[in-house]
Design a binder for this molecule. Structure first.
Ligand code: FE2
Length: 435
């Protein structure tokens, strides 16, 4: 470990950490295992979650065929929204409640898998919608017990949702994004099929790849578990421990793969090696942040996505203005790392080196700039927007963005360097234009 003192126990900190992961199957054709896996779990009738675009692609048919061959009955729910909302979560939950399913299969990106998690939660443990939503936005009530089995089959290479216990949604009335997080929401099994990455348009692959990059780097640089105040009981230890020696391993391997393959995978739709490796990297990064956590780039992204005016990204649905999640995250990242590097410069330098930056002769004082420059170079190489300005924001929006990001307490608290609301506004100003 590059900086072993990082895990020195602080007064009142938590000396232990707990790791929760899905059972993972990775490889070409993995989606075709869904039926046999459902049967193995004893399932007789499942809800198959997807969205309308995916329902027309062969992967959903592959999952359906394998369920039929295994003798597992299913009903398809294809009304998932690309950026789910409180209303779309609740509609999915009604479908799950009324269908009396004994398990769930999801085939899709993070939106589909997250919606399936929420539907499973409310069908299994009914409650008012805000009951389980992260405090202080919702009540933050703990999920009372296990959910029904969920087999998650991702079709994008970034969200890592197939391995995490979080479901993110747009709280429309509050104009912000938030989530529900519990170890009970971690899918039982993840079937990760690299063949699915071959159909992704370049912008979608870039956005999901940058999301994975940020999951890994935020996780590796976040506040250590030994500094997080110890919970009242072992079972109350949060899903996101903070940085820990286990999460460091998948995080760094994900960064190495993303540094090597992201630009190639975006540039060439037929590059099966690069696209397959990005799929693996996305899952590894999910396992990492699913146990370590993220910090400021994700916390700030929810305000960037929530306060969008009229931006529409190529290759995404055009019906509503939207900054895709991975884009909303990475646009903040260089500005954030310039700010957080002083808290753990060695980790920022490790991350930059894993991504392919030359760190020879670098001093701790260089760490923030080196990692920021490496991310910016990757943004340029993939044709990404040059900052928040390019998706419709102005410097005068910085205070309002900071106001929207600050309540993301779980993410703010995980930052290696505490950030005030004024700091956040400054970080948004620093993210307006990178080149
Ligand atoms: Fe993310």
């Amino acid at each position: 470990m590059a900086c072993c003192h990082y895990y020195m126990l602080q007064e009142g900190g938590d000396a232990a950490f707990t790791i929760n992961v899905s059972q993972l199957t990775f490889g070409p054709g993995a989606i075709g295992e869904a039926g046999d896996r459902a049967r193995e779990l004893g399932l007789k009738r499942v809800a198959l979650f997807t969205d309308k675009r995916l329902a027309a692609l062969p992967f959903v048919e592959t999952a359906q065929r394998s369920l039929r061959e295994a003798g597992v009955d299913y009903a398809v729910y294809a009304d998932v929204e690309v950026e789910p909302t409180d209303a779309s979560f609740q509609a999915a939950a009604r479908f799950a409640q009324e269908g009396r399913f004994d398990g769930f299969v999801s085939v899709g990106g993070g939106s589909v898998i997250d919606t399936c998690k929420a539907a499973n939660l409310f069908a299994t443990h009914p409650a008012d919608f805000t009951a389980y939503v992260n405090a202080p936005i919702g009540e933050g009530r703990p999920v009372p017990g296990p959910l029904k089995p969920h087999i998650a089959c991702p079709t994008t290479s970034g969200t890592g949702s197939e391995t995490t216990g979080v479901a993110v949604f747009d709280f429309v009335a509050r104009k912000l994004k938030t989530g529900i997080a519990s170890k009970h929401m971690i899918p039982t099994m993840a079937l990760v099929d690299p063949d699915t990455a071959m159909t992704l348009p370049g912008t979608v692959l870039a956005a999901s790849g940058f999301d994975a990059l940020s999951h890994a780097l935020e996780c590796y640089t976040c506040r250590p578990h030994t500094m997080r105040p110890k919970a009242a009981s072992a079972s109350a230890r949060p899903l996101y421990n903070g940085a820990n020696p286990w999460s460091d391993l998948p995080a760094r391997e994900a960064l190495r793969l993303i540094g090597r393959y992201l630009v190639r995978a975006v540039a060439d739709r037929s590059d099966a090696e690069a696209r397959g490796q990005m799929m693996y990297a996305g899952t590894l990064a999910g396992m990492a942040f699913g146990n370590g956590g993220c910090h400021l780039p994700h916390g700030m992204s929810y305000a960037v996505a929530g306060q969008v005016r009229d931006y529409r990204a190529a290759d995404y649905p055009q019906a509503h203005p939207m900054v895709p999640h991975g884009m909303a995250v990475i646009l903040n990242a260089p500005s954030v790392y310039r700010f957080t590097a002083s808290a753990c410069p060695e980790r920022h330098l490790d991350g930059a080196a894993d991504l392919g930056a030359d760190v020879r002769g670098a001093t701790p004082a260089d760490a923030g700039e080196i990692v920021a420059k490496r991310i910016i170079a990757m943004m340029q190489a993939t044709g990404f927007p040059q900052g928040l300005q390019a998706v419709g924001y102005r410097e005068s929006d910085a205070d309002s963005l900071a106001e929207g990001a600050f309540p993301q307490k779980r993410l703010m608290d995980n930052s290696p360097r505490p950030a005030t609301k004024e700091d956040l506004a400054e970080l948004f100003r620093g993210a307006m234009r990178y080149w």
